[in-house]
Design a protein around this ligand. Structure first.
Ligand code: ATP
Length: 486
């Protein structure tokens, strides 16, 4: 299901800002049409009458009465042309407005919103914790600078630039731990174009069959060249283009291009320090890229972070939870801050607690949870608003095998109903078993991506991973470990 419409949540209603659909033929503006037929000049120049297209060619020897008649004729034709031109333009405008409204309604519907308010376009954002205005307040429409995106590096930004003690999973777009819009009109990745991008409305067609056919990296290894699939492609729900991020002299992500299609269960694997967390943080709006763009369901994450985050559920790498709340309270706030009503949140909380085996822990402080329980409550918070895309950084880390199976089953059902999961993990077996697609990231670049079979070829995923990651290094000089100190 989609996130319920928050009363004051920003609504991506497309105003009539696109170039109206031109009437067929040589469409021109009313002014342009009327201009040639402007009142003839008093002198006998040929231009006006000729332009009007009807008056006889003036002659300098024509009598004054004839000239007056020609002038009246030209003026009448000009007025008539202007009127009919204006009428056509009105009709075209009306058609364009209707089309824009229809697209906006479709998009709003896909976002679970009602079309009632102007578009909110954020011009730039800083990674700062803040609490969004109450969702009942109308959002302020800010004119977007349509200048192409020019991303500014934030030199000292942490890997997970979420400085508050709340999980990004609960960092609802309209709630907390959000990137804060500022007046600094820097990072605008053509947000208005995104709003009406085709894939923004061509989403959420519930899929019956498992997702197939994902194209990804531009750096595909020859060995992993995929066989051509004849199955229809589902819409792209996540698109990374030229994503880059450095921390000082450390290049964490060196230009990633990736596409994830709807209904994919997509695994991201890579050695320690390969850039997985950095990439996922940029996808979810927690870390600003130095360059490149991220689109989620056609919405530019850094151009319109609030709209994008509304449809994303996040389990970040470093959990920062409001751990002085009980599990039930944390779930409750995660839900209501996402715009759900209390009854819905309670129902979903009970379902999630049962699914994750947290029923008995709901009334205990999260601070007292074990690592695995903490992971599970954070995961539950990421899911409670039923996002379209789940981005999970190491979701199974510390989770016991039984819970892992339960979580896996939940995620598989979610994917089967049209949701999309992107997760990172070091568990090659798990990725191979659970995911239908995988990308192997090494030193900030995607070295292979595609379906599991495409990437692993004749090998196991682990073998392929080790091969791409540079092979195993034999530990030498460790003999001292075998001569025990005591
Ligand atoms: N806030 C930061 N400041 C400086 N360097 C950072 C920061 N965050 C990440 N890095 C560096 O960026 C590189 C990629 O880190 P990242 O956390 O994305 O790797 P990873 O693939 O998630 O690793 P792991 O599997 O160990 O979790 C590493 O070299 C890391 O040291």
């Amino acid at each position: 299901m989609s996130t319920p419409a928050a009363p004051g949540a920003p609504v991506r209603k497309a105003p009539v800002r696109k170039t109206p659909a031109r009437p067929t033929g040589t469409a021109r503006t009313p002014a342009a049409r009327a201009k040639p037929a402007a009142p003839p000049r008093a002198d006998n120049s040929e231009a006006p009458a000729t332009s009007a297209g009807a008056a006889p060619k003036p002659r300098t020897t024509r009598p004054a009465a004839a000239k007056a008649t020609a002038t009246r004729t030209a003026t009448a034709k000009a007025e008539s042309a202007a009127k009919s031109s204006a009428a056509r333009a009105d009709t075209a405008k009306a058609r364009a407005a209707k089309a824009a409204a229809t697209r906006a309604a479709a998009l709003a519907s896909s976002l679970g919103q009602t079309v009632a308010e102007p578009i909110v376009v954020e011009t730039a954002h800083v990674e700062t914790a803040h609490v969004e205005p109450p969702v009942s307040e109308p959002a302020t429409a800010k004119a977007a600078d349509s200048t192409p995106a020019k991303l500014e590096p934030i030199v000292d930004a942490p890997a997970v630039a979420d400085p508050v003690a709340v999980p990004a999973s609960t960092a609802a777009p309209a709630t907390n731990a959000e990137t804060l819009p500022t007046d600094d009109a820097v990072t605008v990745a053509a947000p208005e174009a995104d709003i009406e991008a085709p894939q923004a409305v061509a989403v959420r067609a519930p899929r019956k069959a498992p997702a197939r056919s994902l194209r990804a990296s531009t750096k595909r290894s020859p060995k992993s060249a995929p066989p051509v699939s004849d199955e229809p492609l589902t819409p792209v729900v996540l698109s990374l283009t030229g994503l880059k991020k450095s921390f000082g002299n450390t290049v964490a992500v060196s230009g990633i291009d990736l596409e994830v299609r709807e209904g994919s269960f997509y695994g991201i694997v890579g050695p320690n320090g390969a850039g997985k967390t950095t990439t996922l943080s940029m996808i979810t709006g927690l870390l600003r890229p130095d360059a490149g763009s991220v689109q989620v369901h056609g919405i530019d994450v850094w151009g319109s972070p609030i709209a994008a985050k509304r449809i994303i559920g996040v389990l970040p790498d470093r959990l920062r939870l409001f751990d002085r709340l009980t599990g039930a309270q944390l779930l409750y706030y995660s839900g209501v801050l996402r715009g759900l009503d209390g009854a819905t949140v309670r129902k979903r909380s009970a379902d999630l607690a049962a699914a994750f085996g947290l029923e008995d822990a709901l009334n205990r402080l999260v601070a007292d949870y074990s690592a695995g329980m903490t992971k599970k409550i954070a995961l539950a918070c990421a899911m409670i608003h039923s996002p379209r895309l789940l981005v999970l950084d190491e979701p199974f880390e510390s989770v016991d095998p039984v819970s892992a199976v339960n979580v896996t089953e939940i995620l598989q059902k979610y994917v089967a109903s049209g949701g999309t999961v992107v997760l990172s993990s070091h568990g090659m077996d798990l990725i191979q078993r659970v995911c239908d697609h995988v990308a192997i990231i090494v030193q900030g670049a995607v070295l292979a991506a595609g379906t599991i079979d495409e990437v692993r070829g004749e090998k196991t995923l682990e073998e392929r991973f080790i091969e791409l990651a540079g092979g195993r290094k034999v530990a030498e000089g460790m003999e001292w470990l075998h001569s025990f100190s005591d």
